[in-house]
Ligand binder design. Structure first.
Ligand SMILES: [Mg+2]
Length: 234
């Protein structure tokens, strides 16, 4: 058991509270499957039009925005190459949002996560998220989980607009914006370099080793846990 004194817990998402396989195993195939019907019924939605225009800009071919057949081919091409283009991300986000709202798509948390978050909230701990996904995407992710809306448990959301996850300054800024000394914040992540950056900023840290995660890049003296049940916060 890892025992840590902390007033707030800051959590990473992928590989920490949710399986990394969710993105590649669920979210990306969902886009491929629903792309055509989504565009058929939402082609003229303002947000979809903005995403189409951005895809045309990304491809340096504005005519792409108005050509559904070529646009679909471009989405598939970008996804096959795992390209993180802005217009593609906009369009993917819109497809996921519609599917989350309709109940077609749910995000998955590891089974120990929700009980731990509830327990920590009962103990008066403040809970926040720091993930490379946008804050908007984080809110949707936690609102539509297979166990219901988890957002009422969460007080703070941070993304890379707070800085890169491997930079100690990001963690200093996050603690400051939470109004807490870094030493009162426990950061939980699956990535060693992120934990080291948080530690350098003065935070407490533990590393989660979850099924499906890549092996740690090197040995470490930082505490390692298999589930949140192994972490006791006082
Ligand atoms: Mg992670």
């Amino acid at each position: 058991m890892i025992r840590v004194n902390a007033a707030a817990i800051l959590l990473d998402i992928e590989g920490t509270v949710a399986p990394i396989s969710y993105v590649f195993g669920v979210l990306f195939p969902h886009v491929r499957k629903h792309l055509q019907p989504f565009l058929d019924s939402h082609w003229n939605d303002p947000a979809v039009m903005a995403a189409r225009r951005q895809m045309g800009t990304d491809a340096a071919d504005p005519s792409l925005a108005g050509d559904k057949k070529r646009l679909i081919a471009e989405v598939i091409r970008l996804m096959d190459a795992d390209t993180k283009a802005t217009g593609l991300k906009m369009l993917q986000g819109l497809i996921w949002e519609v599917s989350y709202r309709s109940g077609d798509l749910h995000s998955e948390l590891f089974p120990d996560v929700l009980p731990a978050l509830r327990r920590w909230r009962v103990d008066g701990k403040r809970l926040g998220i720091y993930s490379s996904g946008s804050v908007a995407a984080q809110r949707v992710f936690f609102k539509y989980t297979s166990e219901g809306d988890v957002t009422p448990l969460l007080s703070d959301f941070f993304d890379t607009t707070s800085g890169p996850k491997r930079s100690p300054d990001s963690y200093r800024d996050i603690a400051a914006s939470m109004g807490l000394p870094a030493a009162n914040v426990l950061f939980l992540t699956d990535v060693l370099e992120e934990a080291e950056a948080a530690k350098e900023a003065g935070m407490r840290t533990a590393i989660l080793v979850r099924p499906g995660n890549a092996a740690l890049v090197r040995a470490t003296d930082l505490p390692i846990a298999g589930t949140l049940e192994e972490i006791s916060i006082y």
